[in-house]
Design a protein around this ligand. Structure first.
Ligand SMILES: Cc1cc2nc3c(=O)[nH]c(=O)nc-3n(C[C@H](O)[C@H](O)[C@H](O)COP(=O)(O)OP(=O)(O)OC[C@H]3O[C@@H](n4cnc5c(N)ncnc54)[C@H](O)[C@@H]3O)c2cc1C
Length: 563
């Protein structure tokens, strides 16, 4: 390791890349070039054993990240910035780089991550203070660090989304460039290099150019059908934006997505007001509403992440502590294994799980169905089920994920409980059993009349269909109706307690969304339609829906997917 000679020249500036694998609108890179004052700029990406060893981490995350880095390296090079990768613990690696290059200024983006990355970031901050390194962490979403109150949060979010995007100029500083050139680099690593089992998913490709293609395709074409298409697992893969893994790995910035979607929405609105064709006007207005609905979910993204930022413990502790002890001691390994493998005997639940295992993605409503079934019908604690989903969601984003896991399991205290009936969902969202048959080949020959409830097939029909229950496909693992009755009793005992209600009010004060001037709940046209009792979108419950809704604590703007 060649040590830097402090007498030589202006020190270089280091950018520590984490979940911000892009050059466009990368405030950390832009600030580094801006502050370099004759010093060269280099970027470092760390393969940290403690991050790769987390139970949430999966080989597909490594491969997606690798694809992002492969695109990023030449994009940085054209801006005069070398990408260096190292394998090891963050403080040790940064300290070595400091000794080798003499950097005194380190930029990164703020991260709202797991307990492991939270503790790591605290260690890095302590190290920087002791080593005399100025460590500047910049926001990249609407999440506010050290937030005192949720009041006014929506306005801050809007200001950040409307602010100009950060431009990364070419770095021309020479100071420290010889030391940077001499640095060893571990290159860009994949699963094989890191000792991880190879992945076998048919997933989205990583990288900033791929993110831009997905965004452009959504805005120019697919987004037209967003509002009506996001619930059914048949239409959702093309109707949804599919931007989630790119946002999670920072291959595209939230601000860039928001600004591009707003420009497109205004374009569509202008076309709607100009056309003389009534039918076209109706269609364009629906398109405009669809884009607005997607934009409000960008707001929810940060709203949920803010909860983990404000209370890191919620990745493993119930938000409502009165719910402690509800499920912890009763985890049935057999039920968990059946749910994880997609072998519960409820076809839509199983098809969703198997499709997730194969592709790394599911639409919101089907994620909710999986969690509702696990938490209420199987009475499984949200932590082990959440870890399984985190590993398989390519877009795993801790702040959204753990908040949603708790919300869909009834442990926040501020949300209406939404218990999905898996058979009703199957009939509504996949009436012909197309999705079910695609992912459960053992049900291919089952007649349409039985595909949603194969256990109702007479034995002769089972034999003729090549699907004998208990042999090719399991019988229902529980009686859903009975299981839900028991779940409701147990939850009611918790939620009706006076202490639980007082605690729920405190949770709402700390984490609840506010209905201020242009708050997310009011912005979402899909939710407004649902509130009026019609329509069909994610998380919404049409009046005739027989899903079970239990009010929990007082009515709250948290209800629905945006809570
Ligand atoms: C139990 C559970 C766990 C989840 N875990 C994650 C996760 O780890 N990572 C993740 O990105 N999303 C998570 N979601 C939210 C949501 O299901 C996904 O964001 C969405 O399905 C991703 O597909 P998309 O990009 O096409 O979304 P779109 O519908 O096109 O939405 C655009 C973007 O808005 C954000 N978004 C959408 N829906 C939500 C929502 N309900 N809450 C917060 N943000 C939202 C995402 O960033 C998404 O990419 C979870 C939902 C549930 C019910």
């Amino acid at each position: 390791m060649a040590a830097y000679d402090p007498g030589m020249d202006t020190p270089p500036v280091c950018v520590w890349l984490k979940r911000d694998l892009r050059v466009v609108d990368n405030a950390a890179l832009a600030a580094a070039v801006d502050r370099s004052r004759g010093g060269a700029v280099f970027a470092v990406f760390l393969y940290e054993p403690e991050v790769l060893g987390q139970p949430e981490w999966d080989a597909s995350h490594t491969e997606f990240q690798r694809e992002c880095l492969l695109d990023l390296e030449p994009a940085l090079a054209t801006r005069g910035i070398r990408l260096v990768t190292r394998r090891g613990e963050a403080v040790a690696m940064l300290e070595r780089l400091r000794i080798e290059t003499g950097f005194r200024l380190l930029f990164a983006h703020e991260e709202t991550g797991t307990g492991v990355t939270y503790a790591r970031d605290r260690r890095v901050r302590r190290w920087a203070r002791e080593a005399g390194v100025e460590f500047v962490e910049l926001p990249q979403t609407g999440v506010v660090r050290r937030l005192a109150s949720r009041n006014g949060w929506n306005r801050t979010w809007e200001q950040r989304m409307e602010a100009p995007q950060a431009v990364v100029p070419r770095s021309t500083g020479r100071g420290g460039s010889d030391a940077i050139r001499r640095l060893d680099s571990a290159r860009i690593l994949g699963c094989g290099d890191l000792g991880l089992a190879p992945e076998s998913r048919e997933r989205q490709r990583g990288g900033e150019p791929a993110a831009v293609d997905v965004l452009d395709d959504f805005l120019s074409r697919r987004g037209r059908h967003y509002a009506g298409g996001i619930s059914s697992p048949l239409s959702a893969p093309t109707s949804c934006s599919r931007l989630s893994p790119y946002l999670a790995f920072g291959a595209i910035s939230m601000r860039r997505v928001w600004q591009a979607s707003e420009a497109r929405r205004l374009e569509v609105a202008a076309a709607a007001s100009l056309t003389s064709q009534p039918r076209e006007r109706v269609e364009l207005k629906a398109w405009q509403r669809s884009l607005k609905a997607m934009q409000s979910r960008l707001h929810w993204h940060c709203h949920f992440m803010q909860k983990l930022e404000d209370e890191p413990a919620i990745e493993s502790c119930n938000m409502l502590r009165a719910a402690d002890g509800l499920r912890e001691d009763e985890i049935s390994a057999e039920r968990l294994a059946a749910w994880q493998a997609g072998r519960t005997g409820y076809p839509l639940v199983d098809a969703c799980m198997r499709s997730l295992l194969a592709t790394g993605w599911l639409t919101f409503r089907m994620r909710s169905l999986l969690v509702s079934f696990a938490s209420y019908s199987l009475w499984l604690h949200w932590r082990p089920t959440g870890l399984h989903l985190a590993r398989h969601f390519l877009d795993f984003e801790p702040g959204i994920h753990w908040s949603q896991m708790q919300m869909q399991s009834g442990t926040t205290g501020i949300n209406t409980l939404r218990i999905y009936n898996p058979t009703k969902q199957a009939l509504d969202q996949d009436p012909r059993g197309t999705f079910i048959r695609r992912w459960l080949p053992e049900l291919t020959g089952v007649p349409a009349a039985h595909v949603h409830m194969p256990w109702t097939m007479p034995h002769d029909t089972q034999v003729a269909a090549g699907c004998v229950i208990g042999r090719e496909y399991p019988p229902p693992i529980v009686d859903h109706a009975m299981a839900v009755r028991a779940a409701k009793r147990r939850l009611a005992a918790v939620r009706n307690g006076r202490e639980a209600r007082a605690e729920a009010r405190a949770v709402a004060q700390r984490h609840g969304s506010r209905r201020d001037r242009r708050g997310a709940m009011q912005q979402d046209p899909v939710r407004r339609t649902l509130a009026a009792g019609h329509g069909d979108a994610d998380g919404g419950v049409p009046a005739a829906d027989r899903q079970t809704l239990l009010p929990f604590a007082e009515g709250s703007p948290e209800d629905g997917p945006g809570g």
